[in-house]
Design a protein around this ligand. Structure first.
Ligand SMILES: NC(=O)C1=CN([C@@H]2O[C@H](COP(=O)(O)OP(=O)(O)OC[C@H]3O[C@@H](n4cnc5c(N)ncnc54)[C@H](O)[C@@H]3O)[C@@H](O)[C@H]2O)[C@@H](O)CC1
Ligand SMILES: [K+]
Length: 464
């Protein structure tokens, strides 16, 4: 799990190092500047943009170190009176002590027209509180239009460190030297895209910070015993498939089987039983007669037009038609339950406005899941995982728009049930399903991808 910190969370970590461990803040800045300098191609001229705060301080420190390396360096401030205080003022004195100049211009595009080499963006970082305006905005616009390669210090100036959305204009960086830990803007789209290639520069800070938002990494699956038999990997029961929508039942069954479920029983509407059975001979396919098999380990309901959830006390996965208007709260309060809506289904389930932007999705996912045992997977580009009586949100980074095709969600729901049947706790089962589902897509081209192709990728992907 990769923590994605808000500015406030990062300040806590920074204070702990400075006040708790006694690390001088100038030492932090020196680590940051040295790490960032190493990301610039050797020998190239460097043009450094230094803003009003400590991001500007980092930039001035980098300018000094680059000059000591023998590079051609110029330092620019959008303001004629930068008004540096504290560490940044100290860095400005050091820079000037080495004979460095600090230049400014009211026509940044003209100044940049003669630049060669790389630009270092040290205008704004963690202290960004509002959209760019005035001179800073003019410099960022000129920089983005210049075509010059840019190394952003900590984050591209203009991004809100704690948000996915870009508030106005921001630097489009080639590379970003992210100091200590990734912030929210380094993990979530669209802000992440403005960062270019991200390198986390290690600086002496707590390595396991508290973060309410975390990016999923490849899940670690429990080892399979050498003497395992099909009973060891659980029995998934799937109530899915009606006339005209039998394929959803097939894909759910394939999802459960391809992630390693021991047994899969599909209970379909009677008129589609034969066609489902013909397409997935590995599953037991029976007509739905109102009762569940006694030995089920997990029940998946919904794919292929099934909207009635049978009475059942055990682990339950609900998708598609089973996600009925206004019932979200009920399912989030039921222990051992996972719901997997896309934003439209989510809005209907919880009677909330449809969450369009990532920041809205995070806020709404938090709102409906706080303190609740049910697990929510809010699907979309970068799906949001919440609940299971845990406070932090997880974000799935795998996958691409090729997944936005009919049947992909049915496969995913089957995968959730398949992992849960093998003993993963529900939240971990959902995380594993989301990660491997996206990772399977990442091995395949975008358009024209079939959910069946994803299923075929899974065994090899799971092997590692
Ligand atoms: N947090 C840490 O542990 C470390 C922080 N360091 C650096 O310090 C930076 C944070 O420094 P600061 O807190 O001084 O903040 P910034 O340098 O990001 O911002 C400086 C000031 O700009 C003003 N400002 C905010 N939004 C603006 C806007 N849109 N237009 C114009 N001015 C605006 C604010 O009043 C803010 O105080 C980090 O991003 C990083 O580069 C590093 O030196 C290493 C350690
Ligand atoms: K910056």
């Amino acid at each position: 799990m990769i923590p994605l910190l808000t500015a406030d969370e990062m300040r806590v970590v920074e204070r702990q190092a400075i006040e708790g461990w006694g690390v001088p803040s100038l030492v932090l800045q020196e680590h940051a500047a040295l790490g960032a300098l190493a990301l610039l191609p050797p020998g190239q001229p460097v043009h450094v943009l230094a803003g009003p705060g400590n991001n500007g301080g980092d930039a001035l420190a980098l300018a000094r170190l680059a000059r000591l390396e023998g590079r051609e360096v110029s330092v620019w401030s959008p303001s004629a009176q930068p008004g540096w205080r504290g560490d940044a003022a100290h860095q400005a004195r050091l820079w000037k002590g080495l004979g460095g100049e600090i230049r400014t211009s009211t026509a940044p595009a003209e100044a940049m027209a003669v630049w060669r080499g790389w630009v270092v963006d040290g205008l704004l970082g963690l202290g960004t509180t509002r959209p760019l305006e005035g001179a800073a905005l003019a410099w960022v616009r000129a920089l983005n239009a210049s075509g010059l390669p840019v190394l952003a210090l900590d984050l591209p100036s203009g991004l809100d460190p704690s948000a996915a959305e870009i508030p106005g204009e921001a630097v489009r960086a080639t590379r970003t030297a992210c100091f200590g830990h990734r912030k929210v803007c380094h993990g979530l789209m669209p802000a992440r895209e403005a960062c270019g290639d991200i390198t986390v520069v290690p600086i002496p800070l707590d390595r396991a910070p508290r973060a309410a938002l975390q990016l999923l990494e490849r899940p670690i699956l429990p080892p399979r015993a050498w003497d395992a038999h099909k009973g060891s990997f659980g029995h998934v029961v799937i109530r899915a498939g009606s006339l005209g929508m039998s394929g959803a039942a097939v894909l759910s069954a394939l999802g459960a089987l391809r992630v390693g479920a021991g047994l899969v029983t599909v209970l379909t509407d009677p008129e589609v039983r034969a066609e489902v059975a013909a397409q997935v001979p590995e599953a037991m396919v029976r007509p739905w007669q109102g009762t569940l098999p006694a030995e089920a380990d997990v029940l998946l309901v919904g794919p292929g037009g099934i909207d009635q959830v049978p009475d059942w006390e055990g682990p339950l996965v609900l998708d598609a038609s089973a996600l009925k208007e206004g019932e979200g709260k009920r399912w989030m309060e039921r222990p051992g339950t996972a719901i997997t809506p896309h934003p439209g289904e989510f809005a209907r389930l919880f009677r909330l406005p449809r969450p369009m932007l990532m920041d809205e999705r995070l806020a709404q996912a938090r709102q409906v899941s706080t303190g609740k045992p049910g697990v929510l997977l809010l699907k979309g580009a970068q799906s949001v995982l919440a609940g299971g009586a845990r406070e932090e949100l997880w974000i799935n980074p795998t996958g691409h728009p090729g997944l936005a095709t009919g049947g992909s969600g049915d496969l995913l729901a089957g995968m959730v049930a398949g992992f849960r049947a093998q003993g993963l706790p529900m939240r971990e089962a959902v995380a594993a399903a989301a990660w491997f589902h996206g990772a399977a897509a990442d091995r395949l081209p975008g358009a024209g991808l079939l959910p069946r192709d994803l299923a075929d990728q899974l065994p090899e992907l799971l092997r590692g």
